[in-house]
Design a protein around this ligand. Structure first.
Ligand SMILES: *Cc1c(COP(=O)(O)O)cnc(C)c1O
Length: 381
């Protein structure tokens, strides 16, 4: 008997594996070069240079200047710093606009500010999961400190109209933050094209390790630090730099810059092949999210009359999820899918399949077979 093969990994929006090239880049900074980047001797210079090089790699990918990149412990910290930091530095304004489809790392800081007296407006989304620009216009005012809307939603993959949001917000002098955890390395963009003042990057969604991220802060934007200490990262984020992980994030950005277009084109073709095979075989199968303005790796589908959890339970050959990893233990339907106007019973049929650099044509064949088999079992029961 052979060992059970590992299931095909189709959950890249929850986390990605670390690329071998990224591991290779970070290892010397664990094994040999241990100096504190703040030290004024050869050991310190060495790691300081490595951090500077990584900062340039991140800046290059998103089209900003290196001093506008601040390393953090990940996406949660980057979002908290952006939202709480902008709020604290602009106390004369007490209104924040966000959306109903944000990651908890955005929603929770907004909810805390709401408890503390801020007015929070949460924009709704349309039937393909796009935030409503028509709702934004009337709520923006001279008291709006910040508009924070994610660049793409991790469940549906739907891209959000950040350029339009930023233009509208700036007319009233509000700052604009976007959580680009899901788009960095998946679609090409620059901070100037988006028009944002702050942007969050997450290492473990783009083939670097968990526990590293970055916040882009446009030069001239006032943000109050949320971690106080030795004044690292220009005083905005104290704490001795995590050199190996910073090097890893830099390398992941360099790789994305080098070949993301080709990689993502290939991934998108596989994803579309997966959708074609499933939708031809399963009558009434529906797509959640925007048909084209969507992450190239994301396929969120809805099985009519069948629960997504049961489908996945009967498809052990694949590892996927019904919604975001943050709510996986919860049996109720995804709030993101519900926000698109679907009933609980409809939303419960959703399954999210997210492909990545390691996904092959053979993986897609396995996934199709497995899901069709699961659907046959479930529609009989
Ligand atoms: C993963 C993710 C985060 C959180 O990043 P961590 O590094 O896990 O804290 C925030 N926002 C989005 C959209 C994400 O996908």
């Amino acid at each position: 008997m052979s060992a059970t093969p590992k299931p095909v990994y189709l959950d890249h929006n929850a986390t990605t594996p670390v690329l071998p090239e990224v591991v290779d880049a970070m290892l010397p900074w664990l094994r040999e070069h241990f100096g504190n980047p703040s030290s004024n001797h050869a050991y310190g210079y060495r790691t300081r240079d490595a951090v500077a090089a990584a900062r340039s790699q991140v800046a290059e990918l998103i089209g900003c200047q290196p001093p506008e990149v601040f390393f953090t412990s990940g996406g949660t910290e980057a979002n908290n710093l952006a939202i709480r930091g902008v709020a604290a530095a602009n106390r004369e304004r007490n209104h924040i606009v966000t959306s109903v489809i944000e990651h908890p790392a955005t929603e929770m800081p907004c909810a805390l500010l709401e408890k503390q007296g801020y007015e929070i407006t949460r924009l709704g989304v349309d039937e393909v999961g796009m935030t409503s620009l028509s709702e934004l216009g009337p709520v923006l005012c001279v008291n709006t400190a910040l508009v924070t809307v994610m660049h793409a939603n991790s469940e549906t993959g739907t891209l959000q109209p950040i350029e339009n949001i930023a233009a509208a917000a700036h007319e009233l002098g509000a700052m604009v933050h976007t959580d680009a955890a899901q788009t960095t390395g998946k679609i090409a963009f620059t901070v100037n094209e988006l028009g944002v003042d702050l942007l969050s990057i997450v290492g473990h969604k783009m083939y670097a390790p968990k526990g590293i991220g970055a916040l882009y802060v446009r030069s001239g934007t006032t943000v109050a630090p949320q971690l106080l200490g030795g004044g690292h990262e220009q005083g905005l984020r104290s704490g001795t730099e995590n050199v190996p992980y910073i090097v890893a994030l830099g390398m992941a950005c360099e790789i994305a810059q080098r070949d993301a277009d080709t990689a993502n084109e290939r991934i998108m073709q596989l994803r579309d092949a997966l959708w074609r095979a499933l939708s031809e075989a399963i009558p009434g199968l529906l797509l959640n999210g925007h048909p084209t303005l969507r992450l190239p790796n994301t396929l969120n589908i809805r099985f009519p009359g069948v629960s997504g959890n049961s489908i996945l339970a009967n498809a052990p050959e694949i590892a996927a999820s019904t919604g975001s990893a943050c709510h996986a233990e919860d049996e109720s339907a995804s709030a993101v899918i519900r926000a698109m106007g679907l009933a609980e019973s409809e939303a419960l049929g959703s399954v999210r399949l997210t492909l990545g650099r390691g996904t092959t044509g053979a993986d897609v064949d396995i996934a199709v077979k497995s899901l069709l088999q699961a659907h046959r079992i479930e529609s009989r029961s």
